[in-house]
Write a protein that binds this ligand. Structure first.
Ligand SMILES: [Mn+2]
Length: 335
């Protein structure tokens, strides 16, 4: 067993009170990881509390146990802190800004699959080749304690893998992902429940909002993009995660190699960038590195998917054009 894995197992089994943390705007992978761990730890009679910086999207209301995730951290005495699906405290800044010193003093374990450096303390179980944190958690915890596994835990981890792989559209290591998923299904993971609730079901309002985003689509060089202003969400009574459905849809449009969803949230312009996997000849020329682009623009993550934020200034539409131009220039100079 990997050294960090046995250390993590030891730390978890010896802790009585554990605080679990997810990232800003928790997604299916983050939520699945937290709640899967919840069931596993509960079976080991641990006292566990769950914290996320902001409320999960309504999209996840169907998940049993979602109400356990609290947004106000209590700063109580915990033996162990566990972070899932993020590395670096900045992705949960709303929680940490109050007392960052608290987090630096506690024993901690991080399970993650994002690019970037970890906390300067604690145990890091990170695998950037994995499609999802739930996959990493499954691989480790199933080796540690297979006897605790049940249908519910398997469904939580299946949900995370489904979510981050876009229902198996984006995974790269097919053998690994499908091997894990097959094990989860054999353990009782409810695929129909996840597919129906997470992948298929949409509110009429979110489809109407999609219409708005589609009406605004523009293409510049290899980049297809659309945008919205936060205020527009209120009219449709949907949240940012529901609005992100537009990104999934425009990703399927044939032609451009990158898609971008831009939104103005308060004083920040945020962007979600996705690059297509290139095939054949295009592939040999190298891939577009979203992470590099997002880093230059201020942020994170995977090679084919990334997010960024820049301070808003001037006219929204004009700033969008500048960002698009900037990204296109970066891609051109890379190849
Ligand atoms: Mn993830």
């Amino acid at each position: 067993m990997h050294k960090n894995s046995s250390i993590a197992k030891h730390m978890i089994e010896h802790a009585k009170k554990i605080a679990l943390f997810g990232h800003m705007s928790p997604d299916g992978d983050c939520i699945g990881a937290m709640l899967g761990l919840w069931r596993l730890l509960e079976k080991q009679k641990k006292q566990v509390r769950y914290f996320v910086p902001n409320k999960p999207s309504k999209l996840f209301d169907f998940i049993k146990g979602i109400k356990r995730l609290k947004t106000n951290f209590d700063y109580k005495q915990y033996d162990l802190l566990i972070f899932v699906d993020f590395t670096g405290i900045n992705r949960m800044w709303i929680l940490s800004q109050a007392k960052p010193s608290y987090f630096n003093q506690k024993p901690s374990i991080t399970f993650d699959h994002h690019l970037g450096d970890g906390l300067d303390h604690g145990i890091l179980i990170k695998d950037v080749k994995s499609i999802s944190t739930c996959e990493i958690l499954f691989e480790h915890t199933y080796k540690w304690r297979p006897e605790f596994y049940d249908k519910e835990i398997a469904t939580y981890f299946y949900l995370g893998i489904t979510s981050d792989s876009g229902n198996f559209l984006f995974e790269e290591d097919h053998i690994r992902t499908f091997t894990n998923v097959l094990k989860l299904l054999k353990l009782g993971a409810d695929k129909d429940f996840v597919v129906n609730n997470l992948m298929r079901k949409r509110s009429l309002n979110s489809i109407k909002f999609l219409q708005l985003l589609l009406n605004r689509i523009k293409q510049k060089d290899d980049l297809l993009y659309t945008y919205y202003d936060e205020d527009e969400l209120k009219k449709y009574d949907i949240d940012q995660e529901e609005a992100a459905y537009g990104l999934h849809i425009i990703q399927n449009i044939d032609g451009p190699q990158m898609v971008l969803l831009i939104r103005k949230i308060g004083n920040i312009i945020r962007g979600s960038l996705r690059a297509k996997k290139l095939e054949g000849e295009m592939r040999s020329k190298g891939k577009i590195d979203c992470n590099k682009i997002a880093k230059a623009l201020w942020w994170w993550w995977h090679r084919l998917a990334a997010g960024f934020g820049v301070p808003a200034k001037g006219k929204f539409e004009q700033q969008i054009e500048e960002i698009v131009k900037y990204i296109n220039t970066m891609v051109k100079t890379e190849h």
